[in-house]
Design a protein around this ligand. Structure first.
Ligand code: GPP
Ligand code: MG
Length: 279
């Protein structure tokens, strides 16, 4: 039916109805249009019950943790299958398995948790890589591995448990000339001063001792490890912590991380990647 002034007046009976129609006539909200573009169904209502939300949040957190380890591996340089690598503070083994999968080379992981050694070695068995990826109940300050045997060594959030000069001394011994050390860590900001309350809460939660940023570079330099790349990952990790804070697996440490990382709150803490070459 053609729209005429008379017809419009019949449909829109009151000035209230005219104002409602005017609202929808000019409505262009991305929350309706962008969502509609997903599959061509345009809704004008809110979301309903969703029993899979938590599962999808957990999958997303896992995806972000895997992406973090990929960033670490991206900085190891060109690694070929004949090299040997070390994961220092290997936990349940995630980064070690990813490294083996990517480079095809042997990886040793060391951890002072016997439980983690057992867990990771049984994972290696299940994955059929137990001859290539091995986990040992050893101290990363004194690995017992051969001098110069490693092309690359990494620590993925483990350096806050040890003295850095001692640790980098051991890595310097293990790395061949030109070998690469990659560290992802949380460190406190020398510029804002000492340990903030939020950083102290993180220390207490994990029984660790977060170092200042400066200590990393002093200890690297003291051990012939020369930085080639330093990447501030702080801004990139905040969405992970925001999502984790709203998830069913939150542990309570999320708020201290967000407070410490966020510049407008504290900016007392950085999430840093450091890659350094053995000279
Ligand atoms: C995460 O391990 C890392 C640490 C315990 C070291 C502290 C890290 C800093 C950046 C300060 P996890 O995955 O076991 O921790 P969570 O149980 O909280 O996920
Ligand atoms: Mg975790």
């Amino acid at each position: 039916m053609a729209s005429t002034i008379g017809h419009t007046a019949k449909v829109l009976r009151t000035s209230y109805q005219k104002s409602v129609a005017a609202y929808w006539d000019s409505e262009q909200a991305p929350v309706n249009l962008r969502l509609g573009e997903v599959d061509g169904l345009y809704h004008h209502h809110y979301g309903g019950p969703e029993s899979t939300r938590d599962r999808r949040v957990i999958e997303e957190l896992h995806r972000l943790e895997t992406a973090q380890a990929e960033v670490l591996l991206d900085h190891l340089g060109s690694i070929t299958a004949q090299y040997q690598l070390l994961d220092a503070g290997s936990g349940r083994g995630g980064t070690s398995f990813m490294a083996h999968q990517r480079f095809g080379c042997a990886v040793d992981g060391v951890t002072i948790s016997e439980h983690q050694v057992g867990f990771a070695n049984s994972q290696a068995g299940e994955r059929g890589v137990a001859d290539q990826v091995r986990f040992h109940f050893r101290n990363m300050l004194d690995t017992g591995l051969d001098t110069g045997s490693r092309r690359a060594v990494w620590t993925n959030e483990t350096t806050m448990y040890v003295d850095l000069t001692e640790l980098f001394g051991e890595f310097s011994r293990l790395l061949e000339y030109g070998g690469r050390y990659v560290c992802i860590t949380g460190c406190y900001n020398d510029i804002t001063g000492g340990r903030s309350k939020a950083v102290s809460r993180i220390d207490e939660h994990y029984t660790c001792n977060i170092h200042p940023r400066s200590t990393y570079f002093k200890a690297l330099a003291a051990n012939g490890l020369v930085p080639i790349n330093v990447v501030d990952l702080t801004a990139q990790t905040i969405p992970y912590w925001e999502l984790r804070a709203q998830s069913s697996v939150a542990t309570g440490i999320e708020d201290p991380f967000l407070t410490a990382y966020t510049a407008y709150k504290e900016g007392s803490f950085h999430y840093l990647l450091i890659a350094a070459d053995r000279t």
